[in-house]
Each structure stands twice: as C-alpha cells, then as structure tokens.
Design a protein around this ligand. Structure first.
Ligand code: NAP
Length: 310
C-alpha cells in the first residue's frame, strides 16, 4: 500500500494536467503532497517548496525527508509554433530546471528516497514499421534532442545515489486538457478528421492510468529504474484514433487536415508532433507484471468521456 511507503511526496508542475491527477491520487492515499512552485526567492509560500528558476534557488527546508520527488515542470511543447524563443524556453525549462532540482536534492541533509522525472516517448525514432522499447536509441529532431538532454540531467541524481526513474509519457488522454482537451470541441461539432494520411502512430495512455502506474513504479524503484514507457499496450494509428473518438462521441469525423496545411499552420511543431508518431511499447511495465486498467483505446475513451458527457 502506498501510504506505508510514500509519506511525503514533492511534485513540480503540480498545477499541470499530470501533476493535478498525481497530487489528488497521492493525497487520497494519505501522503503529504508538497508542490514545488515557481516564485520569487523571498515568497513565504509554505507548505509548498519555493523555486526560483532564474537563480536556481530552492527553499531547502520543506524538501527534506521526501520519500519521492516527481519532476514534471516544463514549458508546454504543444502551445503553438516553435519560434526560436519558444524552443529555448522548452529546452531551458526542462534541462536547466532539472539540473537545478537535482543539485538542490543532492545538497539536502536527508535527500529523497526516489526521484521520478518526466520524459516522452517522442524521444524515439519515427519509423512506422517497428515498435520502440526502452532500450532503443533516440531519434533525430528537436524533441528527441531535448528529451536526451533532459534525461541526462535527471540521471545525475542516480550518480548521487538517488534511485531515478524516467517516465517516458505517451500522449496522456484526459478531457481536462492536453491533446484530448484540444480535440474534443471540434470533434463534438463533427469537425474532426485524420491528420495527414493518418498512418502515423499515436502512442497514447489513459489519464487515469498514470497515477496507478506511478504508484506501481514507486514500490519497485529499487529494482526498476531508468526509462519506462508509459503507453498503453494497444497502440493505434492516427486514423484509428480518429475513428474511435468519433464513434465514442457519436459524431462523424470526415474532415481530414492535410499535411500541407499542418506544415503551414504549425511548421516544425506540426511536423514532429502531429504528422509524426511512434509505436512505443510498454515493455518494462509488461515485464514487471503491471496490469493495465485501460488497455484498449475504446475502454480508455469510454471511461474518460463518461464524466464529461458527450
Ligand atoms: N501530457 C502529455 O500528454 C505528455 C506527454 C509526454 C510528456 N509530457 C511531459 O510531462 C510533463 C507534465 O506534462 P503535463 O501535460 O502535466 O504538462 P502541463 O499541463 O503543460 O503542465 C506543466 C507544468 O510545468 C510548469 N511550467 C510551465 N512552464 C514552465 C516553465 N517555463 N518553467 C518551469 N515550469 C513550467 C507549470 O507548473 P506550475 O504552474 O504548477 O508551476 C505547468 O503546470 C511535461 O514536462 C511534459 O512535457 C506530457
């Protein structure tokens, strides 16, 4: 039971899509959840951990004695075109932010027992012909390059004897935000459709699956460390995703978004995030015997859409 193991947990990016659901999950299990918040250095913001990303300052006292630190914070990668300034913020917020957090953890009198850092299956190559598992090398492009540096920054914690796990998320499907939150309005209006030729893989994971996986891994982080793919065991292509979402919403989805329009509207971001995708496999989770609650896209969408109404 998590309450026996995790009494105090620190979460950066606690206000984001994944951070909110993890905070609720662990709080409901009687763990003390302490958000790591970006604030000016002199802000009295207990019971949170204050963090000033401009200087790398963390308030050390509330960080002491944590059982688990989960680092999710980072500038959104999907909020618009990747201008030079946005790319810098995406990269710096993750790599510098992770370095700062790891340094702060290693300076503590009582460092955390475990460290989990977000990453993404966008790290892999993009060949539609093959499945990618955790031991596969990174691909090419902006996202893989950022993810490799981000993971390297996190693994410095392992060198300081803090067991470190890299949560390589697929697309987290939660109607409260992220990709599904953006797709729901047009699909509800019957304006959905495949992107490009629809053959690119869409590596998804149900939003409500994330907290139980993190809890499962937190019980095993001594034996299971390094990269873990957080994706469902039944991957789909973009065309299959669109058909399933339309069926669950009882709407048509006949309006394809041509690749040329995606490139025109979103540039490099559209190419890497919308027109490309990878077939990632949750090899480590399956080897460890994790039983997925939402293994199929249909079961996931029916569960997450149930509470928001269609
Ligand atoms: N959701 C997905 O499908 C998905 C897939 C693959 C990887 N990931 C990765 O998993 C992590 C969490 O994802 P999410 O969907 O929960 O993200 P999110 O909703 O965009 O939240 C990210 C959080 O990061 C913090 N943040 C934003 N800009 C920042 C900046 N410039 N510097 C430092 N912190 C900043 C904010 O936290 P506060 O305002 O609370 O401080 C924000 O709530 C992200 O790093 C993301 O790249 C997510």
């Amino acid at each position: 039971m998590v309450a026996d193991v995790i009494r105090k947990i620190l979460i950066s990016g606690a206000g984001g899509l994944i951070g909110r659901s993890l905070s609720e999950w662990f709080a409901s299990r009687q763990a003390q959840v302490v958000p790591i918040r970006r604030v000016p250095a002199d802000c009295p913001c207990a019971p949170a951990v204050a963090w000033n990303p401009a200087t790398g300052w963390f308030d050390p006292e509330p960080m002491e004695d944590a059982d688990l630190v989960i680092h999710l914070a980072g500038e959104s990668v999907s909020a618009g075109r990747w201008t030079a300034a946005r790319k810098r913020r995406i990269r710096d917020s993750r790599i510098q932010g992770t370095r700062q957090l790891v340094e702060a953890m290693t300076r503590l009198r009582r460092p955390p027992q475990k460290f989990f850092c977000a990453s993404a299956v966008g790290l892999y190559g993009l060949s539609p012909e093959r499945e990618y598992v955790e031991t596969d090398p990174a691909g090419e492009g902006f996202l893989p390059t950022v993810a490799v540096e981000w993971e390297a920054a996190a693994m410095a914690a392992a060198q300081a004897d803090i067991p470190t796990t890299l949560l390589r998320f697929g697309v987290v499907l939660d109607p409260a935000g992220g990709a599904l939150g953006k797709m729901l309005p047009p699909f509800r209006w019957g304006l959905g459709g495949r992107i490009g030729d629809g053959r690119q893989y869409f590596p998804w994971i149900a939003g409500p699956e994330v907290p139980p996986i993190v809890e499962f891994l937190s019980d095993r982080s001594e034996s299971v460390s390094g990269p873990i793919n957080l994706v469902a065991p039944q991957p789909v292509t973009n065309a299959e995703f669109v058909r399933t979402l339309a069926r669950c919403l009882n709407r048509p989805a006949w309006l394809p978004l041509p690749a040329s329009v995606v490139r025109l509207l979103f540039g490099e971001m559209g190419q890497e995030m919308l027109l490309s995708g990878c077939r990632a496999k949750p090899q480590v989770l399956q080897d460890e015997g994790y039983r997925f609650r939402y293994p199929s896209l249909d079961s996931c969408l029916r569960a997450v859409l149930e509470n928001v109404g269609t």
